[in-house]
Design a protein around this ligand. Structure first.
Ligand code: NOJ
Length: 550
């Protein structure tokens, strides 16, 4: 006899959940949350989010079911790239708080069972870091070789054709007047470190140890794919012409980055990173902007490399279901369990907007995030995603140097960095200052945390059920992964007794495997349609179900 579909009920989010993996494997299957500190919560009224603000909101993150919080850089910094230009890796930017604030944050996190990832920036320092200042002041001194220097080309110009992510060449002349150029894959104020120099590893081992000693559980490694460069500094192959006025991202994509990024030598270096954190019991998750899956695999291989790395490819694209599914399956098979999945972060347009905006964008975001939750590795949510936030509308001038340095009006990462809308009152609860550091159009009251945490059918409640799902059903990321069906835009996966049916296409798909199953999660209320063997999964939704022995 055919069994009817049963829903496990929406109200089980509060029940006690299974503990995570113990010991150093805790990160597998964990759900992370990226806090863009400057836009999360301001507590001192200067218009900029701060560490005390993060502490204040940790209970909110714990109640969302988060396991680990990644905090964007809060170190001393002149702020040309909003903290990704570090002038002292063991000091807190006074605008964002103090070391005591960090200690309070860390002990509150521990008491709530939350882990913390510090965002370490090892590809470059700020030009105001004392290492660079000394490297410039004394070309024969011990710090010169901390950075990447080269003689000019024959015509006196930059040594090769490498370009900066933020526009212009990746080389600037030594301000000390030696006539040499220094390398910077980002702003001139962000000189690249020379990871060929073992002293640099030594310095960073001490920095990692410092933060672990103060409660960090791991690190997000900024530009992990960029640490080593071709020793001969060869020019990258050029794929197409570039011209004046092109967006720096398009210029950057016009070259094949085989000599400045994605080097095999970086995998060798990660062995030293891993050795440096093994006794600290810390987890390393690299930012990995590579399209070369084999290289990705090398970077997260075995126990002698990074624990995990972000799969940026999916998060960077628009709504391309066919391509996304194929890419995800490739990473699933080659990432050695070390993928960190996300649909957006502080460097991209928000997923809801990128996937078409409004209800449709949200539906797609949830369908894809639910599918990701059934893949091996970590799952990250970017602040505000749990509220279904669209791109911010920026008022006034652009903050992001990628666009402000190349002409106002260019697409800017500011759209992802708007202040968190906490409360339904007019100021939305981010700051008491008249204007936040990034001036954006106020969001609707229905998008605020206050409204949504109180509302039983909100996007926040659905995200909460999704994050908790990974704890309630560890086989979602742990049991053997088997693809039962792979259509161009849909995927049916078996993991133990779970069945995951992801339909990213525009029409419903038949899902006979759900007949008699208990539905444990739907990415939208109308995801499951029909009954018995005629059950279908609606367009752009994902369903997680548990089959029961008949
Ligand atoms: C990646 C970071 O996510 C981004 O915000 C930053 O601008 C660059 N790395 C340079 O550090």
């Amino acid at each position: 006899m055919m069994q009817a579909l049963t829903h496990s009920g929406d109200g089980d989010g509060d029940r006690v959940v299974a503990p995570r993996l113990a010991g150093s494997e805790w990160w597998r299957g964990a759900v992370g949350y990226e806090v863009y500190v400057r836009s999360f919560q301001d507590t001192d009224g200067n218009g900029v989010g701060d560490l005390a603000g993060v502490t204040k909101r940790l209970p909110y993150l714990a109640s969302l079911g988060i396991d680990v919080v990644w905090l964007t850089p809060f170190f001393a910094s002149p702020g040309f790239d909003h903290g990704y230009d570090v002038s002292d890796y063991t000091a807190v930017d006074p605008m964002l708080g103090t070391l005591d604030d960090w200690d309070a944050l860390s002990s509150t996190a521990k008491s709530l069972g939350l882990r913390l990832f510090v965002d370490i920036v090892p590809n470059h320092t700020s030009s105001q870091h004392r290492w660079f200042q000394q490297a410039v002041a004394d070309p024969t001194g011990p710090y010169r070789d901390y950075y990447v220097w080269a003689q000019p080309a024959a015509d006196g110009g930059p040594p090769n054709n490498w370009v900066s992510h933020f526009g212009g060449p990746a080389w600037s002349l030594d301000p000390g007047g030696s006539g040499q150029y220094y390398c910077h894959l980002f702003l001139p104020e962000q000189p690249d470190l020379n990871w060929g120099n073992p002293k640099v590893m030594h310095e960073f081992a001490a920095i990692l140890s410092f933060w672990c000693g103060r409660g960090a559980d791991g690190f997000r490694i900024d530009v992990a794919h960029g640490l080593t460069k071709d020793p001969a500094l060869r020019s990258n192959p050029q794929l197409r012409d570039v011209h004046e006025g092109m967006h720096p991202m398009d210029v950057f994509a016009s070259f094949q980055h085989i000599y400045d990024l994605h080097r095999h030598e970086t995998a060798v270096l990660f062995q030293q990173w891993r050795a440096a954190v093994t006794d600290l019991d810390a987890v390393l998750v690299g930012e990995m902007d590579t399209r070369d899956i084999d290289r990705f695999s090398e970077y997260v291989k075995d126990r002698n490399a990074l624990h995990a790395a972000f799969v940026l490819q999916v998060g960077l694209s628009g709504w391309e279901p066919e391509h996304t599914i194929t890419t995800m399956l490739e990473y699933q098979s080659k990432a050695n369990g070390g993928a960190a999945w996300e649909v957006s972060n502080h460097d991209q347009a928000r997923a809801v907007s990128r996937y078409g905006g409004g209800e449709r964008g949200l539906r797609r975001t949830l369908a894809l995030t639910t599918l990701m939750s059934a893949f091996d590795g970590m799952l990250f949510i970017y602040q505000g995603e749990e509220l279904g936030l669209p791109d911010a509308v920026v008022l006034g001038h652009t903050e992001d140097p990628m666009s402000s340095r190349n002409g106002e009006g260019m697409w800017s990462r500011d759209v992802a960095r708007g202040p968190m809308p906490w409360s339904t009152d007019e100021a939305r609860g981010f700051t008491t200052a008249p204007v936040a550091w990034l001036h954006t159009e106020p969001l609707a009251a229905e998008l605020t945390a206050e409204f949504q945490t109180d509302h039983p059918h909100s996007t926040w409640q659905r995200y909460r059920r999704l994050t908790i799902l990974r704890k309630q059903h560890p086989s979602l990321w742990q049991a053997q992964f088997e693809v039962l069906e792979h259509g161009p835009m849909h995927l049916v996966i078996a993991r133990g007794s779970l069945r995951i049916v992801a339909n990213l296409g525009p029409a419903p798909v038949a899902a006979p495997c759900l007949a008699g199953a208990i539905i444990v999660f739907e990415s939208a209320d109308d995801a499951v349609q029909g009954a018995g063997r005629d059950v279908q999964v609606a367009a752009e939704t994902t369903v997680v179900a548990r089959i029961v022995a008949s």
